[in-house]
Design a protein around this ligand. Structure first.
Ligand code: APR
Length: 237
């Protein structure tokens, strides 16, 4: 009988889709209306910071009014049931935390923080409102969203790889695995560590060796979590 109880979950925007937050690459996705290079690159920020701030202010308001869904809640409940659950998310929303997950790493930053444009370690929680041109950090530089843009380093990637290498099971949810280095996280697990992808498009997206579960997050994740609670271990379905 296995006693595997450390779950590492790697999530993308698909886990928040049923909370009403748009994914990125679908035909009606976020990048359709907002060109990536204009709103999510250092060059776009140089060209038109107000456009970038407005884009993230809108995203932030949507996220504040969204609620965690059944997938976020199921993962939090697994932690409450005594499993060790580490969430590594590409998402900049706080829905995992609001559902009750206590160990969450945001690879691409957190929209509910502002940060200095001169020193990425200087962060300021945005309890309400957004960021305006002229809002400055304590060193006098313009504040920007605390998100990782295309072309920028992913400071938490190494830590995430180390965590993935300790997993008893890697559960991937709602990501097209299109963006590096985040997507390469899957290659850091031990060769015999089970891995599954829950995504409506899982059949097409799953790399070799990854179990494809073609379901939405809100359908697929609770079923897995109930199985693991029943069995007391992270078994493959
Ligand atoms: N449940 C689960 N998955 C879903 C659902 C759902 N209800 N709806 C859609 N999906 C899946 C899609 O099938 C797709 O595979 O979510 C995935 C979303 O993929 P992308 O739009 O590429 O988003 P993501 O993988 O999160 O993007 C990664 O790219 O733009 C950057 O920084 C941004 O963090 C983001 C990164």
């Amino acid at each position: 009988m296995t006693t595997a109880r450390h779950l590492v979950v790697f999530t993308g925007s698909g886990i928040s889709a049923e909370s009403g937050i748009k994914t990125f690459r679908a035909s009606d996705g976020l990048w359709e209306d907002h060109p990536v290079e204009e709103v999510a690159t250092p060059q776009g920020w140089q060209r038109d910071p107000q456009r970038v701030l407005t884009f993230y202010d809108q995203r932030r308001e949507q996220i504040r009014s969204a609620q965690p869904n059944a997938a976020h809640r199921a993962l939090a409940s697994l932690e409450q049931a005594g499993f060790k659950v580490t969430v590594i998310t590409q998402n900049i929303d706080d829905l995992h935390e609001r559902a009750g997950s206590s160990d969450v790493i945001h690879l691409h930053g957190e929209i509910l923080n502002a940060r200095s444009s001169a020193d990425e370690r200087m962060r300021y929680p945005l309890v309400k409102g957004g960021i305006a041109l002229g809002d400055l950090c304590d060193k006098g530089s313009q504040l920007r969203p605390d998100v990782v843009w295309f072309g920028e380093a992913v400071p938490l990637f190494e830590e995430a790889c180390e965590l993935a290498s300790q997993a008893d099971f890697l559960l991937v949810v709602g990501t097209s695995l299109a963006v590096m280095p985040a997507a390469s996280l899957l290659s850091y697990i031990d060769y015999d560590t089970p891995c599954a992808l829950v995504d409506p498009d899982a059949d097409a997206l799953s790399p070799p060796g990854v179990l494809a579960i073609n379901a939405t997050a809100g359908e697929g994740v609770p079923v897995l979590v109930e199985r693991w609670k029943r069995e007391g271990a992270l078994t493959l379905p």
